[in-house]
Every structure is written in structure tokens, then in C-alpha cells.
Design a protein around this ligand. Structure first.
Ligand SMILES: NC(=O)c1ccc[n+]([C@@H]2O[C@H](COP(=O)([O-])OP(=O)(O)OC[C@H]3O[C@@H](n4cnc5c(N)ncnc54)[C@H](O)[C@@H]3O)[C@@H](O)[C@H]2O)c1
Length: 265
């Protein structure tokens, strides 16, 4: 049986995959700096700080596939972003290369392109326009993924995840929502597909409001099944509309685009 590593396994998406992949035909190795409780059947727990290259190289030994979720998942200080996201992602790709190149799903983010206006429809070739240091770190991960494929044939899919929560919580998420089930099916598809090359795509459900076009990723054979529409009425009744000139609604990144520099706050 193949072994899949999940980094950031104690986080929200890590816990989701841990639960939903438990009957998949994989051994699952879980890692985080936070507590992961006891392993169940087919699970193995390897605590590790992603910023430490030697530990990451050791941890990846025997792994066939990697879902790289670990890191700072919102804006933070440059030191935090540098260690967890920039060093951490470098260490994952470099460790993969040293072990012969394991396919990687890299959890990128819509915040890599958050300064595009909402009226623009983006695809895999749209330029990076990060809205935060966090977004800059995701741009770094995407470019690093390209480099490791072009030079060392390490295959990866950088998924610009929209908003993966049980339900959309606000008006923006009517466009950006990725349902948990769609995230799970996308994760499986990334590792079931014969080839993925070096792909950048959007992790978003089949919402009515669409900012992102995944047609360049059609070869992957993944289609989302859920939509945010059943939540529209509830959100529109409960969440007030913003003024059009508020920067949090002009840009795709929302509040991340509107916020000032983190270290000034
Ligand atoms: N949830 C979303 O909607 C969403 C949207 C866009 C992108 N993403 C990305 O998906 C990934 C997972 O998101 P999440 O919501 O589960 O985040 P989360 O914050 O819940 O989990 C991240 C996990 O990474 C771990 N981590 C942080 N630094 C680490 C380090 N140096 N070494 C080891 N582990 C470390 C944390 O302990 C945490 O458990 C993140 O990379 C995030 O940027 C998520």
C-alpha cells in the first residue's frame, strides 16, 4: 500500500483529510508541530517542525505522496511566514527531490492572486498578485513547484484554495467556497491521475459566482460537485452588503487586500 504524508495534519484541513481518507487505500503519515493524538489503523504520527530540513528529510523517508498543508494559514509576521511557509515549503520540495521526487499537492491560496479585481476572471496563467506576506509565501511555493518540476521532475499541483469551510460564512465566500467534500475528491484525484506535471489550479466548488477558470486543468479529470447556492438566502439576509468602493469588496482577496502591513498593527 502507498504511503501519503499529510503536513499540517492538526489543522482544519488536515483533520478533515485524516477523517475522510481513513478508508482510502493508503497508509497515512501525519505530521505537525501540534498534538495529533493517537494513531489509528494505517496511521503513523511523526512530529516535525517544517522549518528544519534534516527532520523533514527524515520524515519523508518511505513516503510516496505528499499533501502539504502545514504552515501559517493567515497573515503573520515575516519571521513566522519565513519559517513555516517559505522555509517549510522549500524543505518539503527539497526533501522530496532527495528521496526521488514524490508528487506533492501544495496548498496554495487565493491570496496569491488577491489583488486582482473581482470582475477579472482568472485562470492558471493569470499573474500572481499577492495581497499579503502570506500571499507572497504562496506565490513562492507555486514558483518553487515550477522550478522543482522543470529541473528535477518533481510533480505537483498547487491548489489555490478559495475558502474551505463546512459552509460559506459571508458574501465573498459565495464565490470562493470550496466544500469539504470537493476538497477531499480533489485531493484523491491529484494522486490518482497518471500525470500532473506542474499545475496551478483553483480549489473552488461549482459556485454560481465564478472568479476562477479551471479549464486548463481539465486533463486532471476533477469536477466539483457542490455549490454555495443553497446558502445564498441565509447569507444575503444576515450579512450586510459593503459599499462598492470598500477595498475589501473590490479585490478578490477581500479583507486580506484591505488590511495594512501586519507588523504595523
Ligand atoms: N482553509 C482554507 O480555506 C484555506 C484557504 C486557502 C489556503 N489554505 C491553506 O491550506 C493549508 C491548511 O489550511 P488550514 O485551514 O487547515 O490551516 P490551519 O492553520 O488550521 O493548519 C495549519 C497547520 O500547520 C501547522 N504548522 C504551522 N507551522 C508549522 C511548522 N513550522 N511545522 C509544522 N507544522 C506547522 C499548524 O500547527 C497547523 O496545525 C494552509 O497551508 C493554508 O494556507 C487554506
Amino acid at each position: 500500500m502507498r504511503t501519503i504524508l499529510i503536513t499540517g495534519a492538526a489543522g482544519a484541513l488536515g483533520k478533515l483529510l485524516r477523517k475522510e481518507l481513513k478508508d482510502w487505500d493508503r497508509n497515512i503519515r501525519l505530521t505537525d508541530v501540534r498534538d495529533l493524538c493517537k494513531p489509528t489503523n494505517h496511521e503513523e504520527i511523526v512530529p516535525c517542525d517544517l522549518a528544519d530540513l534534516d527532520s523533514v528529510i527524515e520524515m519523508i523517508d518511505g513516503v510516496d505522496e505528499i499533501v502539504h498543508l502545514g504552515g501559517k494559514s493567515v497573515e503573520g509576521s515575516f519571521e513566522e511566514i519565513l519559517n513555516s511557509n517559505i522555509r517549510g515549503t522549500y524543505n518539503i520540495f527539497e526533501a522530496s527531490r532527495r528521496h526521488g521526487g514524490k508528487r506533492i499537492l501544495f496548498a496554495s491560496s487565493n491570496h496569491a492572486v488577491g489583488f486582482h479585481p473581482r470582475e477579472s476572471k482568472l485562470d492558471g496563467n493569470s499573474i500572481q498578485k499577492p495581497d499579503s506576506l502570506y500571499g507572497v509565501s504562496k506565490c513562492f511555493g507555486e514558483i518553487l513547484a515550477r522550478y522543482y518540476f522543470d529541473k528535477f521532475a518533481v510533480e505537483s499541483v498547487s491548489v489555490r484554495i478559495g475558502s474551505c469551510f463546512p459552509e460559506p460564512k459571508d458574501r465573498r465566500m459565495l464565490a470562493t467556497w470550496l466544500s469539504p467534500d470537493d476538497f477531499v475528491s480533489l485531493t484523491k484525484r491529484v494522486f490518482e491521475a497518471e500525470h500532473v506535471g506542474s499545475l496551478i489550479m483553483y480549489g473552488v466548488s461549482d459556485n454560481q459566482e465564478q472568479w476562477w477558470d479551471n479549464s486548463h486543468a481539465a486533463f486532471l479529470g476533477w469536477s466539483p460537485r457542490d455549490t454555495s447556492e443553497p446558502f445564498r438566502l441565509m447569507i444575503e439576509e444576515n450579512v450586510p452588503r459593503s459599499d462598492w468602493d470598500d477595498s475589501d469588496i473590490q479585490y478578490q482577496g477581500g479583507a486580506f487586500a484591505e488590511a495594512g502591513h501586519f507588523e504595523d498593527e
